[in-house]
Design a protein. Structure first.
Length: 139
């Protein structure tokens, strides 16, 4: 239903409750979660122009670096520093990964040192989606 409404001419809005709740979703093993995303992310890369490029981005998640690099369609994740740094909390990363937050919203809020190729990689990895998240899981 959300996808239909976003494609219609009706105005839509996202409501953010500023309450202290942290929701029920939580990534317990970040490295395993990132590794589990490799097949999906490689699929997205193969369906984009990034399959013809070499670029990388470093996600600083709660102070820990995770370099995501693609080399002509092959994705590699390593726990080390690299180019194009985006600083995120684990909670913000979880929301970005699940599609609850859109990359454009994160882009305008957090510290970053990212070139055009790095931004394009993040847009492919974290596309705009409209999932239904229960109220308990929203924050």
């Amino acid at each position: 239903m959300t996808r239909y409404l976003n494609n219609s001419l009706l105005p839509t809005e996202t409501i953010h409750n500023g309450g202290p709740s942290h929701g029920l979703m939580r990534i317990v093993d970040l490295e395993e979660s990132l590794e589990s995303m490799v097949p999906e992310w490689e699929h997205r890369i193969h369906h984009s122009l990034l399959r013809e490029m070499h670029c990388e981005v470093t996600l600083m998640i709660d102070g820990q670096p995770y370099r995501i690099r693609i080399h002509y369609g092959v994705l590699d994740i390593a726990r080390q520093m690299g180019k194009n740094k985006l600083t995120l909390s684990l909670q913000a990363f979880t929301q970005l990964l699940t599609g609850y937050e859109h990359f454009g919203e994160i882009w305008s809020q957090d510290r970053r040192l990212i070139n055009r190729e790095g931004k394009a990689l993040l847009e492919v990895l974290f596309p705009k989606r409209n999932p239904y998240i229960t109220p308990f899981d929203r924050y």
